[in-house]
Design a protein around this ligand. Structure first.
Ligand code: ARG
Length: 460
């Protein structure tokens, strides 16, 4: 029987159905149903023979789903109803007992939490793989000078290993965000029923243990309404994708003929359909371009949740496509980033040449004046004047005459030898001795710290 006199409009059915995308939740839905059936029997709510029939039926349904032999019916609105329909066909009327003490409202969010925990764990592993690749490349290139940039203008030289490790630390924080998101999906919603709890004294802890939940949700209303664990995943994914976009952008720039700092591996590059000579950094470009899409899912799903009255509303069905697309996008771009970082070949000469631009030592000259007791702001002005004199006459700083030095600063002219020492290339990098700086000693400490972070998490 149905309370309705008219059938659903075909377009309403299409609008309402989630089967097109939520079918990926079948492994969680089957696992959940098994745990629920066992619990119902353990609590004396269904007979043991019925439980066994339900479990056997679920095995058969799972087999079909796994083999791709499951025939979805036009009326299957979502994965939960599709599985129950098929279970009924296979096991008969006993299938109708499975939904005792359960609503689709607590069922769907339970599936999603299981899925979210799994994808968080995957993200943490994929991020660790990228961190390992970055660290290996940083170790190999610990003493390769390159220009560091601000405003994309050459600013101060750094070692390539130092630059690569910047990404390592961003990703370490991303990984922590995924660990947080994983923990937020750790309280079992099942047992909340439609919203108020169920009319049976169910053993929720038993289900939580079987499904790997740390605890059970304390409030049935919160359990069926809450989707902040999805926002937490999307937030972690959005920030991580944004970090990957910066890496992608740098690989695009660095692999151009203008920079020629690196060459991307063939396996992560594309050709052109018209220009045979071209090797395009498509994967790096897509790292750049995919990030806003993930950020968009975060913003869009915040919009769905905004001001949404409690408890379950169909609006919540929108969680899935935002989540799934973010998962697919993030996992693919993480793989791409790891592939490119692992295979990229850097050009030592080009980077060193770009880093040998004497203007990069301007701050070092200012700091020499500071050591000679000139206030930093004044020193900054003196060096700016020197830079202008040099640029106006197309010379380098070390080509300025003693008279020219004296015209800008008597102090500097009096310490000409030290001035020329500061302009010797290697000193610019090795003088960055502060903790976290690029000098070899500090970079050595940083490489060791990064190694520890990675090894500790591998053991954990
Ligand atoms: N497909 C639905 C969703 O994704 C399942 C829950 C439906 N619950 C309901 N009361 N209509 O949210």
């Amino acid at each position: 029987m149905s309370r309705f006199h008219e059938p659903q409009h075909a377009d309403f059915h299409r609008l309402n159905a989630s089967i097109g995308f939520d079918r990926r939740l079948w492994p969680q839905d089957v696992a959940q149903s098994r745990a629920h059936a066992r619990m119902l029997a353990a609590c004396g709510i269904v007979a043991e023979a019925d439980r066994d029939a339900l479990l056997a039926g679920l095995d058969a349904v799972e087999h079909e789903l796994r083999e791709g032999a499951f025939a979805f019916a036009p009326d299957d609105e979502d994965i939960h109803m599709a599985i129950e329909r098929r279970l009924t066909e296979i096991a008969g009327p006993v299938a109708g007992r499975l939904h005792t003490a359960r609503s689709r409202n607590d069922q769907v969010v339970t599936d999603l939490m299981m899925y979210a925990r799994e994808r968080c764990a995957h993200a943490r592993e994929a991020i660790a793989a990228l961190m390992a690749a970055l660290l290996a490349r940083a170790e190999e290139h610990a003493d390769w000078p390159m220009p560091g940039y601000t405003h994309l203008q050459r600013a101060q030289p750094v070692y390539l290993g130092h630059h690569l490790l910047a990404y390592f630390w961003m990703l370490a924080r991303d990984r922590a965000r995924f660990a947080f998101a994983e923990a937020q999906a750790g309280s079992l919603p099942l047992g909340a029923g439609a919203l108020a709890g169920v009319n049976f004294d169910t053993d929720r802890r038993m289900v939580a243990d079987e499904l790997g939940f740390a605890t059970v949700a304390a409030n049935s209303i919160d359990a069926v309404s809450g989707r902040d664990f999805i926002l937490d995943y999307l937030n972690a994914a959005a920030t991580c994708s944004t970090h990957l976009s910066r890496l992608g952008a740098e690989l695009v720039l660095w692999s151009s003929a203008e920079f020629h700092f690196c060459e991307l591996p063939d396996s992560w590059s594309a050709g052109s359909s018209i220009m045979p000579q071209k090797k395009n950094p498509d994967a790096a470009e897509l790292l750049r371009a995919k990030a806003p899409r993930v950020v968009g899912h975060l913003a869009a799903f915040h919009g769905v949740m905004h001001a949404l009255p409690l408890t379950y509303n169909k609006d919540l069905q929108e969680d899935k496509e935002h989540m799934f697309d973010a998962v697919d996008t993030l996992e693919l771009t993480l793989a791409g980033a790891t592939g490119m970082v692992t295979g990229v070949r850097f050009n030592r000469e080009r980077m060193a040449e770009a880093a040998s631009d004497e203007m990069l030592a301007a701050t070092d000259v200012a700091d020499l004046l500071v050591r000679l007791d000139v206030p930093f702001r004044e020193a900054h002005g003196v060096v700016a004047g020197l830079v202008r004199t040099a640029l106006d006459s197309d010379r380098t700083l070390s080509q300025l005459t003693e008279q020219e030095l004296a015209a800008h600063s008597e102090t500097l002219a009096a310490h000409g030898a030290q001035f020329h020492e500061v302009l010797e290339q290697s000193s610019w990098l090795e003088s960055k001795v502060s903790e976290g700086g690029t000098s070899s000693a500090r970079l050595g400490e940083q490489l060791a710290a990064a190694r520890t972070v990675l090894d500790e998490s591998a053991g954990a």
